[in-house]
Design a protein around this ligand. Sequence first.
Ligand code: NAP
Length: 264
Amino acid sequence: MSLEKPLEGKVGIVTGVANKRSIAFGIAKAWHEAGAQLIFNYQGERLKDGVIKLVQETFGADTPVCDLDVTSDESIAHFFEFVRTKTDHVDMMLHAIAFAPKMEGCLEGHFADIPRDAFNLSLQVSSYSLIALSRAVAPLMVNGGSIMAMTYYASQKVVPNYNLMAVSKAALETCAKYLAFDLGRREKPIRVNCISAGPVQTLAARGVSGFTGMFKVYEERSPLQRSCTMEELGATATFLASDGSASLTGQVIYVDGGYEIVGM
Ligand code: NAP
């Protein structure tokens, strides 16, 4: 493993790029600089042109990009058929997908008002998708692999307004642990971890009521007096994808200026 290019020769799947502010895009840049070849998804026609343009201008005109909606088994199957036309193996996969409807109680207001359908949809998109994508990618991880998912601290402690997404993240983190136990026992082990990012200004984050005020709280209370940068998230994801983290699985790694350790 080269220290300058720790992911040289590795192939990665990056899900969740919506635009240049997406965490997935920041992590993809780090993986690309570390020497990896990447395959991307876009979610539906609305994002198609923008994501293809962004990804191919940044990572090269022949960078593979394919539609993937994680609520559809057919779409997942189609995406991985596409992946198989581009590579015979995958070494790492980033899950950076989350959704909760803008309905009463979901991302603001009373938690007790969350409707049943909204709950089911959020858990399906944000949590079950890690199981579905891990199952689909596992046969391609012929040399072993590293899967990582983006999560947030609201899974552990109450963060006002995070409501339904907090429950989805708690489920996501538990899915990651059980997947780590299951897939780690293969002859070629697959590791599964979560990166718990502090607040970052993205499209999804702006959906949480009062999100911008969170930066001030992190400045006041976290040991490093700030949240995190995209470059720091990229560096952590590169470490998790590299052979240097070969014994690390089932963990939630906080990249949040140390906010997670503070009680008051
Ligand atoms: P983002 O740019 O909006 O990315 C979220 C992605 O999820 C979008 O590409 C979105 O596509 C995709 N998605 C939603 N429903 C999907 C579906 N059915 N199938 C496939 N993709 C779907 O926001 P982000 O902040 O970078 O979010 C990435 C991850 O980081 C999320 O898991 C988020 O919870 C997590 N995270 C974010 C922060 C933060 O402060 N930003 C902190 C901690 C963790 P559409 O735009 O079409 O919905």
